[in-house]
Design a protein. Structure first.
Length: 167
């Protein structure tokens, strides 16, 4: 199995759409930067999210990086997430913020976001993508309607190919 690092947005929304448990099945272990864990226990965070962080599962761990890049204009959680991904040679960094993804990519860190995780989980038959996307859209997650349509079309094509391939 592999190791991933996650920023707050991905954890937050995977919990809210009831898909956080796909992560150990897809990757194995997950590191949560200390600043991200702190963000996720903020008073305005949904209780289900802060409760998850306070009772973090055995397949995840809260870690502080040895050093972070002070040159980027990102938040502390994002900087720690990129630093941990580099420090531990993570398979992927789960992060939704475009600027943070661009900076991570520039540093050679492979990234994916919440929707990418949901799509990967569906491809591995761990969840129903359309149901997960509907749950995600009931939160304050921001995503372009065209992206949603493309993801659903890819999922439909994949499922149709699996059905016709198994006949």
């Amino acid at each position: 199995m592999s190791l991933i690092v996650a920023d707050s947005g991905s954890i937050h929304y995977l919990i809210l759409c009831e898909a956080i448990d796909v992560l150990p099945k897809l990757y194995g272990r997950m590191l949560v930067p200390a600043a991200v864990a702190h963000e996720l226990t903020h008073v305005h965070t949904p209780q289900v999210v802060s409760q998850w962080v306070r009772n973090i599962p055995h397949w995840a761990a809260v870690v502080s990086p040895l050093r972070i890049d002070p040159a980027t204009q990102l938040g502390l959680g994002e900087r720690q997430a990129i630093a941990l991904a580099l420090e531990f040679d993570a398979t992927q960094l789960l992060i939704d913020d475009r600027t943070a993804r661009r900076i991570a990519d520039q540093r050679g860190v492979l990234t994916t976001g919440t929707v990418g995780i949901l799509e990967q989980a569906a491809a591995n038959k761990l969840l129903n993508l359309q149901e997960a996307i509907q749950k995600l859209l009931k939160t304050n997650f921001r995503i372009d309607a065209d992206v949603v349509r493309e993801v659903i079309e890819r999922d439909t094509t994949r499922r149709n190919n699996q059905t016709s391939g198994s006949s």
